[in-house]
Write a protein that binds this ligand. Structure first.
Ligand SMILES: [Zn+2]
Length: 608
């Protein structure tokens, strides 16, 4: 076009001979370019389809250069740029690929693409960034996918994944995003070291902090899977190092990553690294909260667990003793008396899992709308799922000392602490609801068979954060982890549990009420990550607490394994005595396990 304008000016300015010469040259040049570009295009396609990306890439470069030279804009070239970008990736030219794909995606052609096609191009771009060494940019794309994947990304086996108002949440888009993230796992494992690579992140303070948040989200996602530890270690360690460099090691956000990284190191057998990271977190908390604060117990417990695993029993024992002293100082002797006198008729400490099944006719008698106690809701207040048990403390104040009121207080505390939006996603669910859902969509391996869900007790609350299920990387999760026990809640399905069918039943969003006394005892009796066994042997723990004699490091826990361990078996028998639908339930559970097992197996997966 521009040449055309120039040409018309030339008519005025130059002699006819000059004009003829110019016109001839112009036509000839364009013809040559067109022919050359067409020839390059056909050569490019042949080589590309023959699986020779390196050779194809040089022709692709030529096409783009020639067309740009002849005046074509990136807008017109966008489809070619997208294709060429992919070829560059295959040719191993990641830096050039990243630039080309970015150019294609930033055109209006790129923005108007079908969302799935656009996402697939973005996934290619993310890989190119990461392999080219610009991990921050790649991570930001996957973190966006994680947000878009919604609850698909919250956990591979979320038993509540399809539970929304009884409707299935089948969504091709969110599934695509979740799969893209899952595919990137190997890439992170290969490009990041388990001890972090802070030098792979460029930019200023803000950019680094954003990269750290994104890595924390992705790291938490991989950490919740069976195979993701290596990728999680690289991401979380990098996030930790970045935050340490930018915010300092005592900052709460730095400690938050440490708390997620520690368990990953333990799983990888990197006990020295786990010890170091827990020590750092402990010292950071000690500085902030003072050395006599019972909140330190969480950090002490984690550290003691590492010592125990390293065979350093004496040190572990010293830590447990210290931890119990902190509790005793904080809560006093009256707590033990209160525990002994606790009214058992409330039935709020019943274990529920595939080992401790609930009978079909189990129906709590004191269900109440959670909204009556100003619990913020994710759904319409009229439905069953927005109900919870009242579970009022018989010796307390009726308005304040009950499940929904305490949940409302806990949510309000964590909302003001973190600025995140918290709400109740799912409370009570009847045996029939669970059964119907399981029959309808159990084949997808994402629904818990009836009788194994704590939701049937009305004591469990699934918590949403900013509109999707709570994740380990949410600040609100950390707030719950530190404070829920004070309000009578514990995490029912912690990392590594086998309470639900399926490979991974870690559910960071599922909190269960057991009452304040029991929740405190659970915390104190630790290190403990088996809430259902704890509940089944509660009497034994209460007696030991009253005697001030919990299990110490290196010794078997007699409430579970020793002579007192009978308590566990008795409680299990109690839980199943009312009805015995074990046969069909077991079959269902087995089927679910089989399905989830096969749908999630990733052949060829191996880690150094
Ligand atoms: Zn739940």
């Amino acid at each position: 076009m521009r040449s055309g304008v120039m040409l018309s000016r030339n008519i005025v300015c130059f002699a006819a001979a000059g004009l003829l010469l110019a016109a001839t040259y112009f036509v000839g040049f364009n013809l040559a370019v067109r022919l050359d570009a067409d020839a390059a295009q056909s050569r490019y396609e042949t080589l590309r389809d023959a699986g020779r990306p390196r050779a194809a890439a040089s022709y692709g470069g030529r096409i783009v250069a020639l067309r740009r030279k002849s005046g074509e804009t990136d807008e017109a070239l966008a489809p070619i740029l997208a294709d060429y970008g992919r070829v560059l990736v295959d040719a191993g030219k990641q830096q050039a690929a990243a630039e080309t794909l970015t150019a294609a995606l930033s055109t209006s052609w790129g923005r108007a693409l079908d969302p799935l096609e656009q996402a697939s191009l973005e996934a290619t771009l993310a890989r190119a960034h990461i392999i080219a060494g610009d991990v921050g940019r790649g991570v930001s794309i996957y973190a966006e996918f994680l947000r878009l994947s919604g609850d698909h990304g919250a956990g591979a086996h979320a038993h509540d994944r399809y539970m929304v108002g009884g409707e299935t949440r089948e969504n091709g888009k969110s599934r695509f995003y979740a799969e893209a993230i899952s595919d990137a796992e190997d890439l992170f494992a290969e490009t990041l070291t388990p001890l972090g690579d802070p030098e792979k992140f460029h930019g200023g303070r803000e950019e680094k902090l954003i990269a750290a948040s994104n890595m924390m989200d992705l790291g938490a996602f991989y950490a919740s899977g069976e195979q993701g530890s290596y990728a999680a270690a690289g991401l979380l360690a990098s996030a930790y190092e970045l935050r340490r460099a930018v915010l300092g090691e005592d900052h709460q956000d730095t400690v938050q990553v440490a708390m997620m990284l520690g368990p990953v190191y333990r799983r990888l057998g990197r006990l020295k690294d786990a010890e170091k990271i827990y020590l750092d977190a402990f010292h950071a908390q000690e500085k902030v909260k003072g050395s006599n604060n019972p909140d330190l117990s969480l950090y002490i417990r984690l550290l003691a667990g590492v010592y125990e695993e390293q065979g350093r029993a004496t040190e572990a024992q010293a830590l447990y003793v210290h931890m119990r002293d902190l509790f005793r100082d904080a809560f006093g002797e009256q707590r033990y008396a209160a525990n002994r006198a606790r009214d058992r008729s409330l039935d709020i400490d019943r274990p529920v899992s595939q080992q401790f099944l609930l009978p079909a006719n189990y129906l709590p008698g004191d269900l109440i709308a959670a909204s009556d106690f100003t619990v913020p809701l994710s759904k319409n207040s009229g439905i069953d799922e927005m109900k919870l048990r009242l579970a009022a403390d018989p010796r307390g104040n009726q308005r304040e000392d009950n499940l929904p009121a305490r949940l409302a207080q806990l949510i309000s505390l964590c909302r003001s602490d973190t600025g995140e939006r918290l709400s109740l996603r799912s409370g009570y669910r009847s045996y029939e609801t669970q059964r119907d859902l399981f029959q309808r969509i159990g084949h997808q391996g994402t629904v818990t068979p009836p009788g194994m869900s704590e939701h049937q007790t009305g004591l469990a609350a699934d918590i949403d954060v900013n509109g999707r299920l709570m994740r380990q990387s949410d600040k609100a999760y950390r707030c719950f982890e530190e404070n829920a026990f004070r309000y009578g809640f514990i995490l029912s399905y912690p990392q590594g549990n086998d309470y639900l069918p399926g490979e991974n039943s870690f559910e960071p969003w599922h909190w269960r009420y057991v009452g304040v006394g029991t929740a405190q005892l659970y915390r104190e009796a630790g290190p403990f990550n088996r809430p259902q066994e704890f509940l089944s042997a509660l009497k034994c723990y209460e007696e030991r607490a009253a005697a001030g004699a919990f299990a110490i490091a290196g010794e078997p826990d007699i409430c579970l394994d020793g002579p007192g361990g009978a308590g566990a078996k008795v409680a299990q028998k109690d839980a199943n005595e009312a009805e015995r639908p074990r046969g069909p339930l077991d079959a269902m559970a087995k089927a679910a396990r089989k399905i989830t097992g096969s749908s999630d197996a990733r052949p060829g997966e191996s880690r150094p």
